[in-house]
Design a binder for this molecule. Sequence first.
Ligand code: AMP
Length: 121
Amino acid sequence: MAYDPNNIFARILRGEIPCKKIDETDHTLSFEDINPQAPVHVLVIPKGAYVDWADFTARASDCEIAAFTKAIARAAELTGIADTGYRVISNIGNDSHQEVPHLHMHVLGGRPVGPLVLPRD
Ligand code: AMP
């Protein structure tokens, strides 16, 4: 999957589209998902142009990687789900149904979030 500089998260980073911000650092932005799947559903993204986790780990600096992993934990703390538990998911590529070609981690909680994946039919 190629990086599309006009993807929705790139546009949020450029300030062209609003978001409900939770947290921001030099390297990361965290905001509420527009279509929440749980009482807390935050997206954590790097500010750099990375398509997915593989692209990020191959090209990002150690500073960016450290900032991103810390931002994920902080999103849970800031939204009050760190103690009750939560799930962190990143969809990568076609089989996962990744919709936006800019790396993002979903942080989900606020209720029991169910099985890890849907059972087979
Ligand atoms: P994925 O399928 O992993 O690529 O997830 C993309 C996520 O982005 C979905 O959960 C969408 O609800 C969310 N999303 C799409 N547009 C926006 C937006 N403008 N603001 C916040 N979240 C969005």
